[in-house]
Design a protein around this ligand. Structure first.
Ligand SMILES: *[C@@H]1O[C@H](CO)[C@@H](O)[C@H](O)[C@H]1NC(C)=O
Ligand SMILES: *[C@@H]1O[C@H](CO)[C@@H](O)[C@H](O)[C@H]1NC(C)=O
Ligand SMILES: *[C@@H]1O[C@H](CO)[C@@H](O)[C@H](O)[C@H]1NC(C)=O
Length: 377
């Protein structure tokens, strides 16, 4: 029978075959493992030298801060995918982008065509109302001139109302220019800058307003950006600003908003991810009417150099506030900043500060009614 270990010749042969194949597998595994290890090491060294050389190479480029800051080990470790996206972008931007491309909203890029620089010098205003309006919308300007814009002294305080326009477009631009000069000769209340007056350029319009306030009217105490389709109870606004405890500096108030960029292309407020990549806006005051201490416009102009513009002007001002380390303040009575109203109510209109209206005729009608001598409530 013999030793089961040695077994028959056939069994022995089998065992040797199994043994040798085991041995072969083992040794080829060793070789492969060593090879892979070496490959990994080589790849690591290769990658490291490539990266460090590109790092030192890119540091010599005068790139925009946004791109430059991406080449930072902290960011690399945390945000690998963003790194690659930005690396591609950086390759496309071998030339440093010009100020206009990067900071289209920076008002230093534009020039005043009409600026009435004397209006703040003769009588230092307590409050300046700045109304962005389309160049051809004379109707809205005239309605405001007859209503809340006609009140030049409110509770003993000087209030100034001015209209901000860009360049008119269209075939009759030359004709409109002549009309605007005429209108300004009559009222001395038009401020015009040389950017195209379009919906998507509203952020430029707001920043040009800030530039005008900072350079032409720095002595005013407060200012308000108010849309041309608004009802403004100017008495209540001046009363609010005179309340004890209302800050004289770094103050911005209105109807506060906390929301996200709208990514639906059909929306009027659509903002692409390219223009505004974050998923939320900082706190901001709705653009229909926000009030601020007049130290802020100069600070907004300064800080706007480093904030990428996007087409939502009120959220852009929110970004400027955030960058300055500030936040908008809730008004003493938040229910005074109203947006849409369902129906005119005299008592209600006597208590609020803002309301959005449907037309200039409505403004004149409601204002006339509100000013009747009998008590509103
Ligand atoms: C790198 O990024 C981190 C966080 O983003 C930042 O705190 C640090 O200052 C950056 N370093 C340089 C050299 O830019
Ligand atoms: C505008 O105000 C003046 C007084 O400052 C007044 O005489 C005039 O009637 C007002 N105009 C309108 C249209 O209310
Ligand atoms: C905004 O204004 C600038 C400067 O006038 C102009 O070049 C640009 O086409 C305008 N943009 C839009 C979207 O109207």
């Amino acid at each position: 029978m013999g030793d089961p270990e040695t077994g028959s010749g056939v069994n022995w042969m089998k065992r040797q075959l199994v043994k040798s194949s085991h041995h072969q597998k083992k040794s080829s595994f060793h070789i492969w493992f060593k090879f892979l290890l070496l490959l990994c090491l080589m790849l690591f060294i290769f990658g490291y030298t490539l990266l460090s050389s590109s790092l030192s190479g890119w540091q010599g480029f005068p790139l925009h801060h946004h791109y430059y800051s991406v080449f930072n080990w902290t960011n690399l470790v945390n945000l690998p995918s963003r790194f690659y996206v930005n690396l591609i972008k950086t390759h496309e931007t071998t030339q440093p982008p010009t100020v206009t491309q990067c900071h289209q909203a920076y008002p230093g890029n534009y020039h005043f065509i009409m600026d009435n620089p004397e209006v703040c010098k003769t009588n230092t205003p307590f409050l300046v109302l700045m109304v962005p309006v389309a160049p051809n919308n004379r109707e809205a300007r005239d309605a405001i001139r007859q209503t809340w814009g006609n009140d030049t002294v409110v509770h003993g305080k000087v209030v100034l109302t001015l209209f901000m326009l860009g360049l008119p477009g269209g075939a009759d631009a030359g004709q409109q220019k002549e009309k605007l000069n005429q209108e300004n000769l009559e009222h001395h209340d038009l401020i015009q800058s040389d950017f195209m007056d379009t919906y998507l350029n509203l952020t430029i319009k707001t920043m040009v307003i800030m530039d005008w306030l900072a350079t032409r009217c720095p002595t005013a105490a407060y200012a308000m950006k108010i849309d041309s389709d608004m009802f403004l109870n100017i008495d209540n606004l001046v009363t609010m600003l005179q309340k004890p405890g209302i800050p004289k500096l770094n103050y911005l108030t209105g109807m506060l908003m906390w929301n996200k960029p709208i990514r639906s292309k059909s929306s009027k407020w659509y903002v692409s991810e390219e223009l505004y990549p974050d998923s939320e806006y900082p706190a901001y005051a709705l653009g229909m009417g926000y009030v601020f201490s007049n130290d802020l416009p100069g600070k907004f102009v300064q800080v706007s150099k480093s904030i990428k513009p996007f087409n939502i002007e009120d959220a852009y001002i929110g970004m400027c506030m955030k960058k300055l380390g500030l936040a908008p303040t809730s008004p003493p009575n938040p229910s005074q900043f109203k947006s849409y109203n369902t129906k005119y109510n005299r008592c209600e209109f006597s208590k609020v500060i803002t309301y959005i209206l449907g037309s200039s005729q409505e403004l004149i009608k409601y204002w006339t009614d509100l000013k009747k001598p009998e008590p509103p409530c």
